[in-house]
Design a protein around this ligand. Structure first.
Ligand code: FES
Length: 381
């Protein structure tokens, strides 16, 4: 390089700060949902980070500019130190969000978290009916969740409800919206299943038909106009039914920093499914080096890694080539375009999966659903 040649590092756009830190405190969970995106081999994980180690992660991420902190899992309430973590997060200046099934949220714990400065709670339900909720979670938890929802209201949190949709509950969408209204929900997230982790294992059983989806969307739109501003409803369409991919994680390592229970740092929830990448661990490497300098986080950052059709696509800075994990799961190569995109040469495979699901729902008895359990986890691996 002579004096007039610019340093290539200076030509790269600056790396933005990790704005959103997701602390997956534990993969342990009292529920057994077959659509869970946690890894199917989670029992192989190293021990969970200690309270002190989480404090260190939060402090370092905050110094890098992280502003929002989600506590999730598994079920984060299974950690006895959750209140301490919430308090420390508030002290550091994070906006905090608890993502929970509600199981284990007693009034005493909620009171302590409110006092500690918890800003926001997202409660999940599996369905509007006790039967389906309890079937899908493989527990008797519907009434318990109802009690938790009342507690959340009582403590004057904005009520944010999340329901994952699939073949078994899409037809209940109107009733789910009514249930949310009765509960005083302010924001309802109806998120169609994304096929990662246990969701991918159960894809054939969970995939809805196109008619189911269209019908559910029509119900949502009709109820939205009836309800007005009383409750906001987000309906996330499953991307297998789309022609363009989702901008997964808003681009690899662009805003999202996930820390798994054992301290492994991940640019998305499913990244560990990708072969050939060693993800750094906060026990060994500083959060700053992980974010800016690690091979794993730089692997698919920006668009220099792309090949055709993504490299020549005018939409590449909008959708970032879609989802790396989905590209790998469906094509065997994480550098391929996400096959959900109609420009992908493998797009026909996505269509075939949708059509297959359509046929199985109409003609054949379903394969057995594999509920998330430690025992199954060992069996699959
Ligand atoms: Fe990993 Fe989309 S879930 S990149």
């Amino acid at each position: 390089m002579n004096d007039s040649t610019p340093d290539p590092a200076l030509l790269r756009p600056p790396i933005p700060a990790p704005l959103w830190l997701l602390a997956e405190l534990t993969y342990r969970c009292p529920l057994h949902c077959p659509f869970c995106y946690n890894p199917v081999d989670y029992v192989k994980e190293r021990a969970e980070l200690t309270t002190r180690q989480w404090f260190g992660v939060m402090r370092q991420a905050r110094q890098l500019g992280a502003a929002q902190l989600g506590f999730s899992g598994g079920e984060p309430l299974l950690r006895d130190d959750l209140e301490q973590l919430v308090g420390e997060a508030r002290r550091l200046g994070f906006y905090t969000n608890l993502i929970t099934s509600g199981i284990g949220l007693t009034e005493a714990r909620l009171g302590r978290m409110k006092e500690g400065g918890l800003d926001h709670i997202q409660l999940s339900f599996q369905d509007s009916t006790r039967e389906m909720n309890d079937f899908l979670s493989s527990t008797k938890t519907f009434d318990l969740k109802m009690r938790t929802a009342r507690l959340i209201k009582q403590y004057e949190y904005p009520m944010v409800l999340n329901v994952v949709l699939h073949r078994f509950n899409l037809d209940h969408v109107g009733r789910i919206i009514e249930m949310a209204l009765e509960m005083g929900v302010e924001y309802l997230e109806l998120a169609n299943t994304q096929y990662y982790g246990w969701g991918l294992v159960n894809r054939e059983q969970l995939m809805p038909t196109r008619e189911q989806l269209l019908q559910a969307e029509a119900v949502v739109n009709e109820m939205r106009s009836r309800i007005g501003n009383r409750m906001r409803i987000l309906f996330v369409v499953p991307d297998y039914f789309e022609q363009r991919p989702k901008a997964c994680m808003n681009g690899w390592a662009s805003v999202f920093l996930g820390i798994a229970p054992d301290g492994t740092a991940l640019p998305c929830h499913a990244a560990r499914s990708l072969p050939g990448i060693t993800f750094p661990n906060v026990r060994d490497v500083s959060v700053k080096d992980i974010w800016y300098a690690s091979g794993a986080f730089n692997r698919y950052r920006g668009n220099a890694w792309m090949k055709a059709p993504c490299s020549g696509c005018p939409e590449k800075d909008k959708d970032f080539g879609g989802c790396r994990c989905q590209a790998y799961a469906m094509t065997g190569d994480a550098e391929n375009a996400d096959p959900v995109c109609a420009k992908s040469p493998q797009h026909g495979d996505v269509h075939a999966i949708v059509m297959h699901a359509q046929r199985t729902q109409k003609e054949q008895p379903l394969r057995t659903i594999l509920f998330r359990t430690d025992a199954n986890s060992r069996k699959i691996v």
